[in-house]
Design a protein around this ligand. Structure first.
Ligand SMILES: [Zn+2]
Ligand SMILES: [Zn+2]
Length: 156
């Protein structure tokens, strides 16, 4: 598997691969389990996060099968629950007139500590599912010569 730099181009390729839809699983009475599918603010999530990978010595995290599209809403709360408190704390510090709040650095230090202790700092509930989806969709993408896959329209 090719390892790439994480660039805006790669990020866009993943979002396009996933049709811009949030892949976080949600449940509704009508359709049962399915992907969230929201197209607002798509973000690219590293299934094995970059920080985790760096600290555990595995540099290969920018493969398309480690990347998945998750909408900002699910990404910054459900997948990375520590971001909620971090944002709140940032807001509090700003309100207090602190020019450069340390909220994010503080959270990142806590993440580093967790990695050192062998704990996961993100929500791992759907990691296996995300890996399956990313793998499946990446293979479809690779079948196209230009490396570009338009979801739902598997073209030759
Ligand atoms: Zn979502
Ligand atoms: Zn993420």
């Amino acid at each position: 598997m090719r390892t790439e730099k994480y660039t805006p181009k790669l990020r866009q390729r993943i979002v396009d691969r996933d049709n811009g839809e949030c892949q976080y699983p949600t449940y509704s009475e009508k359709r049962g389990w399915g992907k969230c599918g929201q197209k607002n603010h798509p973000e690219c999530h590293h299934i094995i996060p970059q920080r985790q990978s760096k600290l555990s010595g595995d540099p290969e995290v920018n493969n398309s099968d480690n990347l998945i599209t998750i909408g900002r809403g699910h990404h910054q709360t459900a997948v990375h629950p520590d971001m909620e408190e971090t944002r709140r704390d940032y807001g509090r510090q700003k309100k207090l007139g602190i020019d450069k709040p340390d909220s994010y650095n503080h959270t990142f230090k806590k993440r580093d500590q967790k990695v050192k202790e062998g704990q996961k700092y993100w929500n791992t509930d759907f990691d296996a599912h995300f890996a399956d989806v990313a793998d499946e969709r990446s293979h479809l993408m690779e079948e196209r010569k230009d490396g570009f896959f338009i979801a739902g329209k598997k073209q030759k």
